[in-house]
Ligand binder design. Structure first.
Ligand SMILES: [Zn+2]
Length: 352
């Protein structure tokens, strides 16, 4: 299946610790079996991409490459063997595997040389992705809201249900209220948590957390955060503590602050080499510590459920999008995100 477009604008990570380069990129000439061409309408930006730019996992052997792992778009062409989506379908682009065929990452070219890309990238006008990275949504479902299902919402709800197995009446503390943290709050509301306590450094984020259902919010800059938290959830700690920032001090706090038989879920990835120090004895007596991988979300199952929740009024989506930038301003968006100026999810608007 040959492609109806040959070039597109894209944001390219050329070197770590540098701004992204916006330039024209060549698409492959044809779709391979299992591939889908999507016109990307919008994309979220999340901590993972900042981590890739900062090299939190070490030197990047795949440079230069494209970025972005959560988006909403429209299917423009489908390769052989594709059965789950059709031309014209609105889809969520999700970094985790859903239903359908897998395939090799696409072969883009930039300035005459190969340009790396994973199974899904979204800081580009078009994306060639494996069928199992797209999930169709109803024809009238807004693509900006769809983009939220590509990472933060499915992760946040999955953290509560799959990683933390939060039961009705339990308490939860959420450290860091970005797109995922705010979605953890909504997941906790849906699960019937008794108290939902959110800690963040930014007043805008705390306000949004309270709007979405947090029962208590704490300014992390106010000295004795741990005391303040224990005063709310009890001296024993909380049933569940979710850490979204990757800050090692907060990872240690999260573990300390979960009850003797509580669950600590790490969502944020540490950005430095400093190891976390924890007292391991409680792990032998029922305390659980786990690192989340996207909340174990299954896009093909969880996105349709999320849309039903949204339609029933039980899940807020539009409120999560607080800032919008065109693709050409992506470096400004990233700078604002780093500076804590983005309260909810930052959305890149890529095409109409
Ligand atoms: Zn993400």
């Amino acid at each position: 299946v040959s492609l109806p477009v040959t070039t597109m604008k894209a944001a390219i990570l050329v070197e770590q610790h540098r701004e992204l380069t916006i330039d024209d990129v060549e698409l492959p000439a044809a779709l391979e079996r299992g591939q889908v061409l999507v016109k990307v309408a919008c994309s979220g930006i999340c901590g993972s991409q900042l981590g890739e730019i900062d090299g939190v996992k070490g030197p990047d052997r795949h440079l230069p490459h494209l970025l972005g792992h959560e988006g909403g778009g429209t299917v423009v062409a489908v390769g052989e063997g594709v059965t789950y989506v059709r031309v014209g379908d609105r889809v969520v682009l999700h970094w985790r595997e859903g239903a359908g065929l897998g395939c090799e990452p696409p072969s883009y070219r930039w300035r005459g040389k190969p340009l790396g890309a994973g199974w899904v990238t979204t800081f580009n006008e078009y994306a060639v992705v494996a069928e199992n990275r797209v999930t169709a949504v109803p024809a009238d479902f807004e693509l900006d809201l769809a983009a939220l299902f590509g990472c933060p919402v499915t992760t946040g709800l999955g953290v509560v249900r799959n990683d933390a197995a939060l039961a009705a009446g339990e308490s939860i503390v959420v450290l860091g209220a970005g797109g995922v943290g705010l979605s953890v709050v909504q997941g906790a509301v849906l699960a019937g948590a008794s108290s939902i306590v959110v800690v963040d450094l930014y007043a805008d984020k705390l306000r949004l957390a309270a709007e979405l259902g947090a029962t208590h919010v704490i300014d992390g800059a106010d000295g004795e955060v741990e005391d303040a938290l224990r005063a709310i959830v009890g001296a024993d700690g909380a049933d569940v503590v979710v850490e979204n920032t990757g800050n090692v001090d907060l990872i240690e706090l999260a573990y300390r602050l979960s009850k003797p038989r509580g669950r600590t879920v790490l969502v944020g990835v540490p950005s430095g080499d400093r190891p976390a120090r924890i007292h391991t004895l409680p792990l032998h007596f029922g305390k659980l510590l786990t690192g989340s991988h996207g909340g174990d979300a299954r896009p093909d199952v969880d996105i349709p459920r999320g849309i039903e929740l949204y339609r029933a009024g039980a899940l807020k989506l539009a409120e999560l999008i607080t800032d919008r930038y065109p693709l050409v301003d992506i470096n400004r968006a990233i700078a604002d995100l780093r500076a804590g100026k983005v309260a909810g999810r930052c959305l890149l608007e890529i095409a109409d």
